[in-house]
Design a protein around this ligand. Structure first.
Ligand SMILES: *[C@@H]1O[C@H](CO)[C@@H](O)[C@H](O)[C@H]1NC(C)=O
Ligand SMILES: *[C@@H]1O[C@H](CO)[C@@H](O)[C@H](O)[C@H]1NC(C)=O
Ligand SMILES: *[C@@H]1O[C@H](CO)[C@@H](O)[C@H](O)[C@H]1NC(C)=O
Ligand SMILES: *[C@@H]1O[C@H](CO)[C@@H](O)[C@H](O)[C@H]1NC(C)=O
Length: 348
């Protein structure tokens, strides 16, 4: 009896502790804290199951040239933010026809922002392999923003009309020794699995100001171009003429992520899963085309490394796939890029 009561009290205390922890996760502003490590929970081991092509969360929900896969990235300083989105359908198969990136571009007032649009291809000059061409990818940089301020925006082309709903984001605080974003979510090896959707829900629930994705994004390179996948590419497909990918996984990923990254900026740096070698030994093409990076703003010649400020923190994103003595890959310039004023309305 006594011991029963004791365990009941213990449980109660534990419960209170858990709910207190749940109520208040400390922020960077409550710090500084000593480093804390938590032992790995072995129950988390196990196979992560990919979201299948048929999952409604990965399917295209927009019509015509309406924007989708909307995402935000920081520029080098608080006063500037990148907005990215995709219009038009990607294609995969034996006869693909790249879209013209100039098709969708009207600026809208009162605040129009300059940006560029592009399509990228993932091409395999081998018999039986399918080629891919993306939808039109738009990257627009907003400038002249105030710190710690909520901005509302829509993107798209009002002349078609194909314009997004209204989204909002908050700019970073000014850079200074006592000025920090409250919460930063850091994830890596995300993939596109049922388990990843749990991770994203946790992230959203904890209201981060900024998310860092430190490599290994979609794992589209665990697939063949015909959509067959394996947990171990080299074991299952030892004889493919090149390490294939299934680029539609990138579109799926962009759709699943929109809920988070249309409101919270995400800063990405490459991992080995983004190499995705294709025709003419080109590498990192999907990675470099789909995300906006503050490379130019931080004087990096490459999408593979760059830096930016978030309040009093200066982040240096150092990818491991470029030699220190190489001056950039000029990845973006290789593709069909259209520099023009793009449609993206925003207001405080
Ligand atoms: C991953 O998701 C699958 C499917 O929902 C689930 O069965 C499995 O337990 C999850 N794995 C982990 C480690 O949470
Ligand atoms: C894919 O593109 C490559 C490079 O242009 C080309 O050699 C190959 O024939 C294309 N494959 C198909 C099936 O069209
Ligand atoms: C894809 O190609 C692999 C290897 O040639 C083959 O085993 C598999 O059945 C194909 N899958 C589909 C869906 O065609
Ligand atoms: C960079 O350094 C490596 C190792 O010394 C060398 O092989 C490579 O040619 C260099 N690249 C350039 C662009 O100088």
């Amino acid at each position: 009896m006594a011991s029963l009561l004791f365990s009941a009290i213990m449980l109660l205390i534990l419960f209170n502790l858990a709910s207190a922890l749940h109520r208040k996760i400390p922020t960077t502003l409550d710090g500084p804290f000593g480093p804390v490590t938590v032992p790995f929970d072995q129950s988390l081991r196990g196979n992560a199951i990919d979201l299948p092509d048929s999952d409604p969360r990965v399917r295209r929900r927009v019509k015509g040239f309406e924007p989708e896969q909307i995402s935000l990235a920081l520029s080098a300083t608080y006063d500037s933010v990148w907005i990215s989105w995709i219009t038009g359908e990607s294609q995969i198969g034996y006869h693909i026809n790249p879209l013209d990136p100039k098709m969708v571009r009207r600026p809208i007032l009162p605040h129009k922002a300059r940006g560029y649009s592009l399509v990228y291809n993932q091409l395999y000059p081998f018999k039986g392999l399918q080629n891919y061409t993306s939808g039109i990818i738009h990257h627009v940089r907003l400038t002249g923003l105030k710190p710690s301020t909520i901005y509302y925006y829509r993107c798209g082309d009002p002349s078609i009309p194909a314009i997004s709903e209204i989204y909002s984001f908050k700019t970073m605080p000014v850079s200074g020794p006592r000025s920090y974003p409250e919460r930063i979510g850091i994830v890596g090896d995300l993939g596109l699995t049922h388990n990843m959707t749990t991770t994203i829900s946790h992230l959203i629930g904890n209201k981060p100001d900024l998310v860092l994705l430190i490599g290994d994004v979609t794992y589209a390179n665990l697939y063949l171009t015909n959509g067959t996948s394996s947990d171990c590419y080299a074991c299952s497909f030892p004889h493919t003429p090149i390490h294939e990918t299934y680029q539609l996984r990138w579109d799926y990923w962009g759709r699943v992520m929109q809920n988070l990254v249309s409101k919270v900026p995400i800063m990405v740096v490459e991992g080995n899963h983004e190499i995705e070698e294709q025709v003419e030994s080109q590498k990192f093409v999907a990675y470099s085309s789909r995300f906006a990076f503050p490379s130019e703003e931080s004087e990096s010649p490459s999408t593979l490394y760059y830096s930016f400020k978030a309040g009093g923190i200066h982040f240096i994103m150092l990818g491991a796939y470029i030699a220190y003595n190489e001056t950039g890959l000029g990845l973006k310039r290789k593709h069909n890029i259209n520099f023009c004023p793009l449609s993206c309305a925003y207001m405080t």
